[in-house]
Write a protein that binds this ligand. Structure first.
Ligand code: PMV
Length: 339
């Protein structure tokens, strides 16, 4: 399927497009690629509300592809290089991109190193601006195409294009799709316990690469596919305990893959494990459904439903507060908007 075929010839023009796009947290993890930016297993995530990126792209016709990026007013040469490489790749489908100069001004609502991937929100915002540039009126293909473009920039970014709960690698490997969940789980919270905001020793890109020679990769992909099916059913039936059980198992598996990869590493900190133990102790003692997950980093995302949320938040503040640098409260969001 050629999703962008109808835009293959296009005359670059002056335009400004602005989008606000949120981060997402994976409950079933994407870790390992196949082909060109395709996932080795299906993943499932919840799109966040408060943690987002606002991006304004000014497009100018230009003799060659040029990209300038500023983050909160400061030039970002490394990020600009990443965008340039991504756009070069996209120009095999959209050759006119070679005749564009993009001025990208971007800002995040969440701090760097917070355990919330700014690549998902930031790159999905750029993909939405590019889609808006090509097709200023939205139709039923708009978000699918934006998700396709976002995927080529960063895998998990393709899921941020949709609000609520999103899958990738189920309906298609090329773009993400939105799914319905039971009303009791439609408004889950995600409170991030930032135990360390230090820069990661191994990037996600390198981590994905290490899966290609991993001794356990096939077993991991079988587990992830199985978890994906179980997670979809649990979300549909409103079974929070099953959602939580799989969510924690996925977080452990992701980090176990890192610790057992050929060039082994860990991103966990002692405080991550201490916080995990406290969450599990609190859950046993209180009977309240709070579960942790981890991204590719040491910080815990605590997932819980609205019911019991106040007691859970008191626990987080009192018992996990002392272990953390900061705590960021978020919840399920509705997805991107223009801004
Ligand atoms: O999108 P990437 O290449 O940054 O990879 C993201 C990987 C995880 O965040 C660890 C898992 C996921 O599915 O989001």
């Amino acid at each position: 399927m050629k999703l962008l075929e109808s835009f293959s010839s296009f005359e670059p023009r002056e335009a400004v497009c602005s989008w606000r796009s949120p981060a997402n947290i994976a409950l079933v993890k994407y870790w390992g690629k196949k082909g060109h930016q395709l996932p080795a297993n299906p993943s499932l995530s919840m799109t966040l509300k408060e943690c987002f990126t606002e991006t304004k792209v000014t497009f100018h016709p230009s003799p060659k592809l040029e990209v300038r990026v500023s983050l909160s007013g400061k030039p970002q040469e490394k990020f600009a290089e990443k965008i340039r490489t991504f756009l070069q790749g996209l120009s095999s489908e959209l050759p006119w991109i070679q005749g564009l100069h993009l001025d990208i001004e971007t800002r995040n609502t969440f701090p760097h190193g917070a355990g919330i991937a700014s690549s998902a929100s930031g790159l999905s915002a750029i993909a939405l601006c590019l889609m808006d540039y090509m097709q200023p009126t939205m139709d039923d293909q708009f978000l699918k195409r934006a998700s396709y473009i976002a995927r080529l920039a960063s895998g998990s970014a393709c899921r941020s294009v949709f609000g609520g709960f999103t899958t990738w690698g189920d309906e298609s490997d090329l773009y993400a799709s939105q799914i319905e969940v039971h009303k009791d789980l439609a408004h889950l919270h995600d409170t991030v316990v930032v135990v360390s905001s230090a820069e990661k020793s191994v990037t996600s890109t390198k981590g994905h690469e290490r899966m290609s020679e991993h001794a356990f990769k096939e077993a991991r992909y079988v587990q992830a596919r199985n978890h994906f099916q179980l997670m979809r059913s649990a979300l549909a039936s409103g079974d929070m305990n099953e959602v939580g059980r799989i969510t924690e198992s996925e977080a452990f598996s992701l980090h176990a893959m890192m610790m057992t990869s050929p060039d082994a590493f860990t991103l966990l900190k002692p405080q991550s494990l201490m916080a995990i133990e406290l969450v599990r102790d609190f859950r046993r003692a209180s009977g309240l459904p709070v579960y942790f997950t981890l991204d590719a980093g040491p910080n815990l995302h605590l997932i819980y439903p609205e019911e019991g949320a106040r007691k859970i938040e008191t626990f987080i503040e009192h018992e996990l507060g002392p272990l953390s640098e900061k705590i960021i409260k978020d919840q399920r969001g509705e997805g991107p908007t223009t801004c």
